[in-house]
Ligand binder design. Structure first.
Ligand SMILES: NC(=O)c1ccc[n+]([C@@H]2O[C@H](COP(=O)([O-])OP(=O)(O)OC[C@H]3O[C@@H](n4cnc5c(N)ncnc54)[C@H](OP(=O)(O)O)[C@@H]3O)[C@@H](O)[C@H]2O)c1
Length: 246
């Protein structure tokens, strides 16, 4: 998968949602999907970051994306329903969803973790994934194409590690959600659901988690995009319920 070479028109005409599209891996994925022909729905909490991603995609001559400002920490359920209605009205269906937005939260032992910060992280990293799936899977079912849902995981969501607290537990939940949805949708729809652990990547989150590390010792987000393209495009048809590393 790391060596995958995506054809230039891999995602031509496809409509793909990317959460956390303003920075880091989500931004790189949104740009890579647009470069390969997709119309991308850029979702995130900071309008200026989404606008600069939008500007770069348009300046490169790729399909014009749309911006949806949404803070998963505070968005009520009605906002997810409105998002579905807006996307259905504009596009009629979806061909893919990259669930990417997450926060790192406190790096403390379970005993020392502040209860509110635990709950806040779960709202962003877990509950929003449920709400996005609940409201947007129906639009994937309306697609005339194969569709792919990618949930972003982490190595600490596959084997627990001390002091990774709520973040690690949220990624275990992400893996669980991936398995449940993949099993529910197997044989009954055109939708495949997989998880992807990008591995150490030079982003704001990584720099915060490892302040003593030389940031440039890790690959840039753009260097991880082969896996993101492979799992989103039709070359991964038939792969469902799998946990991948980029
Ligand atoms: N980087 C790594 O080494 C690494 C390793 C394993 C897994 N991952 C996973 O990869 C994914 C991307 O991480 P990253 O490293 O690219 O992190 P990042 O640079 O911190 O980017 C996270 C993105 O999520 C958005 N976001 C955070 N909270 C949000 C909220 N409440 N509502 C809406 N959007 C929100 C951020 O928006 P703002 O920019 O506006 O804050 C940002 O665009 C995450 O799921 C992370 O767990 C990363």
């Amino acid at each position: 998968m790391q060596d995958y070479q995506a054809p230039a028109d891999l995602l031509k005409g496809r409509i793909i949602v990317v959460t956390g599209a303003g920075a880091g891996l989500g931004r790189a994925a949104a740009k890579a999907y647009a470069e390969h022909g997709a119309t991308v729905i850029l979702i995130g909490r900071t309008q200026s970051k989404l606008e600069s991603c939008y500007d770069e995609i348009v300046a490169a001559g790729h399909p014009e994306p749309i911006i949806v400002v949404m803070d998963f920490a505070t968005a009520p359920e009605g906002d997810y329903a409105n998002l579905r209605d807006r996307l259905e009205e504009t596009f009629g269906h979806l061909d893919g969803i990259l669930v990417n937005a997450s926060v790192l939260g406190e790096r403390k032992s379970i005993e020392q973790t502040n209860t509110k910060s635990w709950m806040d992280l779960m709202q962003i990293n877990v509950n929003s994934v449920f709400l996005l799936s609940k409201y947007l899977l129906g639009l994937c079912k309306l697609s005339p194409n194969d569709t792919s849902v990618i949930l972003t995981s982490s190595s600490v969501g596959r084997k627990g590690r001390a002091y990774w607290g709520a973040y690690a537990v949220s990624k275990f939940a992400t893996e669980g959600m991936m398995q449940v949805m993949a099993d529910e949708l197997e044989n009954t729809s055109n939708i495949r659901v997989n998880s992807l652990n990008p591995g150490a990547t030079n982003t704001e989150m990584r720099r915060t988690a490892y302040p003593a590390e030389n940031p440039s010792s890790n690959p840039k987000p753009e260097e991880k995009m082969n896996a993101y393209l492979y799992l989103m495009g039709p070359d991964s048809i038939g792969i469902n319920g799998q946990a991948y590393n980029a």
